[in-house]
Design a protein around this ligand. Structure first.
Ligand SMILES: *Cc1c(COP(=O)(O)O)cnc(C)c1O
Length: 383
């Protein structure tokens, strides 16, 4: 299919070809490690499944299509995808990163890569112009996450991408929270997009998988070399499940956004709730930027109860019945989490509190259930 498809068609058909063998409509799961050759080197484009696998190729083409990218690369997890990006760099190189980023990303940068001699500056990116002081001739990468997790701050991708260009520095965006339904960072000037496809892209809490997209051929070659050399690749079954998830991404995201809007308004008006963090609220500090940068405001939100102690927040998450208390996000089912003791436990308390992640904060991944059931559930848990 050569025609450039609109997003809601690209999720289903983008980069896909009908199966040549039997015309199967869904891509076959090529559960194989190797491929027969007729003569040494005489193969049909596939030699060994760490390097390539046809089911993985279908997924890599799909994500490239929906992110408006030239190339896609699939990995065993979101962290394996990020790890591959960071392996582009050498001891002495410097990275500028958002300070309130996913706990696992913070852990990878600080506990794995610091000891290999990378220097990482964790900064507040709300005012992009303040980044200028961190650039020097060793700066190689700006790592953005937006909306940030779990505070739902919005980072201005376009302005930071311009800064990156001016300083000959790559700009990578962890697009997990938004998904390409809400924002396409390459269109805004970024060089690399990374996904934990475990979340919205696969969308059903049944797969762990990571993705990267780029449009630069040289960058693609370098990343594919690391992908093959380090070998953190996903199996064909997980690629198939993620592809299947992507086919309904636009439908699910639309409902995630509608439901989270209703939950945000319900919580904001609730007398026992002190603060709601959701970029769609007009009093959110980055609301205007979110309106500009994103198609809608996403399915993730955080809130703080008025009685600001740890016990109240723990009691609320324990009392929820439809929201499941669990790590992760982006599945069809609603989840609740307590970042300080769950997703963000790997970040030191002082660092975490500096970015607003206090012991009282509750994070919700609003699913696609009936909104009235979700609101009734929150109402009984908060009461
Ligand atoms: C979950 C997550 C990751 C890590 O992805 P895995 O698939 O769990 O390895 C990275 N960034 C964000 C924003 C996430 O939510």
């Amino acid at each position: 299919m050569d025609k450039k498809l609109r997003f809601n068609s690209a999720t289903i058909h983008g980069g896909q070809e009908h199966d040549k063998a039997y015309g199967s409509v869904m891509p076959p799961i090529y559960q194989t490690s190797t491929y027969a050759q007729t003569t040494p080197g005489g193969h049909k484009g596939y030699e060994y499944s760490r390097t390539h696998n046809p089911t993985r190729t279908a997924l890599e083409r799909s994500i490239a299509s929906i992110e408006n990218a030239k190339h896609g690369l699939a990995f065993a997890s979101g962290m394996a995808a990020m790890d591959t990006v960071i392996k582009l760099f050498q001891p002495g190189d410097e990275i500028i990163s958002t300070h309130d980023l996913y706990g696992g990303s913070y852990r990878l940068l600080t506990q794995i890569y610091k000891k290999y001699g990378l220097k990482i500056h964790f900064v507040n990116m709300e005012k992009p112009e303040t980044l200028v002081q961190y650039f020097n001739d060793k700066t190689r990468l700006i790592w953005i996450e937006t909306p940030t997790n779990p505070m739902m701050n919005i980072v201005d991708i376009r302005t930071i991408a311009e800064l990156g260009k001016a300083h000959d520095t790559l700009v990578a965006v962890d697009n997990t929270f938004a998904s390409p339904y809400l924002q396409k960072p390459l269109d805004l000037g970024a060089d690399i997009v990374m996904h934990s496809a475990t979340k919205y892209l696969a969308g059903h809490s049944d797969t762990v998988l990571g993705l990267i997209v780029v449009s630069d051929d040289e960058l693609q070659e370098k990343l594919a070399f690391i992908q093959n050399s380090s070998g953190a690749v996903p199996g064909p079954m997980d690629c198939f499940l993620t592809l299947r998830g992507i086919k309904t991404l636009h439908l699910r995201m639309q409902r995630h956004c509608e439901n989270s809007a209703a939950v945000a308004i319900f919580l904001q008006q609730h007398p026992k709730i002190k603060k709601v963090y959701w970029p769609g609220l007009v009093d959110h500090p980055n609301h205007e930027l979110a309106k500009n940068q994103m198609k809608a405001f996403g399915g993730m939100l955080s809130f703080v109860p008025k009685s600001g102690d740890l016990k109240t927040s723990i009691a609320i998450v324990e009392k929820l019945k439809i929201f499941t208390l669990a790590e992760s996000l982006g599945g069809v089912e609603s989840l609740a989490g307590h970042p300080a003791s769950m997703t963000h436990a790997s970040i030191p308390k002082a660092v975490r509190e500096k970015s607003g992640v206090g012991d009282q904060l509750i994070r919700l991944s609003v699913g696609v259930e009936d909104i009235l059931d979700l609101i009734e559930d929150l109402d009984q848990a908060i009461a």
